[in-house]
Ligand binder design. Structure first.
Ligand code: URA
Length: 222
């Protein structure tokens, strides 16, 4: 991100965990009145993100749906129920143990896909979340988050199935839970495999050799 695109609320340097959590709250406050794109006009709430601001694992979805817009929280509808279930069954965690955000923070009308300029307008908020939470592993859910963070136009069906080096850790792309709700058991099984991959990436990104560097993932993972 260019310095000119940096958020006002990030102007102070983030220090320790408490400072970072406070900085994240300032960014959320700035986002709550955002008018950077046309999605501002139709929203009920800005859905900034939720979870542990010190999480090692962060999920990035596409954008809020109806329930998320009404409640101001990410993944609280049917997709969220599947996400919660897969998190618990494959990673052994609850949603409050990780951080959940979206590529766009306001609901696209009628649940249409977000436009490229809307994803770009919202990008500084996602970058700020990545910077302040500093997760070891990011799991992207679906085309929009994956393409935005990997900087590619390839479809999720081509991109998933492996882990990518990302920031100081890994990015693991998988399908959006709504695709699994539509696609049935085969897609759910692929998501499960990706969640296992994310778990292995979390283990690999915990340095064990004292260098502070993430450990290489095994060939099986990549
Ligand atoms: N779909 C998303 O991509 N994000 C949400 O928060 C809810 C549904």
């Amino acid at each position: 991100m260019t310095e000119g695109n940096r958020l006002k609320s990030l102007s102070e340097d983030a220090g320790g965990p408490a400072d970072r959590a406070a900085a994240l709250r300032r960014v959320a406050q700035e986002a709550s009145t955002c008018t950077r794109c046309r999605l501002a006009t139709g929203r009920t709430n800005v859905v900034f993100g939720a979870g542990d601001p010190q999480a090692a694992l962060m999920f990035v979805g596409e954008g809020p749906g109806e329930q998320e817009d009404l409640q101001g929280l990410p993944f609280v509808g049917r997709s969220g129920q599947l996400l919660n279930r897969l998190m618990l069954e494959e990673l052994g965690i609850k949603r409050e143990d990780c951080y959940i955000a979206n590529a766009v923070k306001c609901r696209p009308p009628g649940n249409r896909d977000p436009e490229a300029d809307e994803v770009a307008a919202c990008r500084p908020y996602l970058e700020a979340q990545l910077e302040l939470i500093n997760p070891k592993v990011v799991v992207t859910l679906g085309n929009f988050a994956t393409r935005a963070l990997l900087g590619t136009e390839q479809p999720i069906s081509r991109l998933r199935g492996r882990a990518y080096r990302f920031r100081e850790g890994y990015l693991v792309p998988t399908f959006h839970p709504s695709a699994a709700l539509r696609g049935g058991p085969v897609v759910v099984a692929q998501m499960r495999a990706d969640f296992v991959r994310a778990k292995q990436a979390l283990q690999a990104s915990a340095p064990v050799d004292g260098t502070g560097e993430p450990q290489p993932l095994t060939m099986r993972l990549l």
